[in-house]
Design a protein around this ligand. Structure first.
Ligand code: FES
Length: 138
């Protein structure tokens, strides 16, 4: 499947974010519900399943600590601090019998959780799979 880069970050590390067509289409569809958005913000939140979990949300406004990527009429906003953790991240979107969801392929990750939404860059930093924690005896 063809990949196309969103943009090349104006940073020394030349970070790239790749967005598959299905992901771009779904992001545009979701952002229509937020007419005052300034684009898509990609964030990383701490995760119990690994070190970080991807968090996509409508961007309100870029801050001085952010890097922005303009692609067509879509602006991608990232905190500059997370650039090394997601360099060359590919975001895809797929639907199956369980529903639809974004898929993340991060070459910086040394470990991804079972569902693929969380990752670690530190070896042996994997956590407990949240999909099984609810079934596990405590
Ligand atoms: S976020 Fe818990 S298994 Fe993926």
């Amino acid at each position: 499947m063809a990949r196309f880069p969103l943009a090349i970050a104006p940073s020394p590390c030349a970070t790239m974010i790749h967005l598959r067509p299905a992901a771009a289409q779904e992001i545009q569809r979701l952002l229509q519900a937020f007419p005052r958005h300034a684009g898509l913000r990609i964030q990383l939140q701490p995760s119990d399943c690994a070190e970080w979990i991807y968090d996509l949300s409508p961007a309100q406004q870029a801050s001085p600590d952010d890097v922005t990527f303009q692609v067509g009429d879509l602006q991608i906003v990232l905190a500059q601090a997370i650039l090394p953790l997601i360099d060359n991240l590919t975001i895809d979107y797929a639907e199956d019998l369980m529903g639809g969801g974004f898929r993340f392929v991060n070459p910086q990750a040394s470990h991804a959780c079972g569902c693929g939404n969380a990752f670690s860059t530190t070896p042996n930093a994997g956590g407990e799979d949240c999909r099984t924690m609810a079934d596990s005896p405590r």
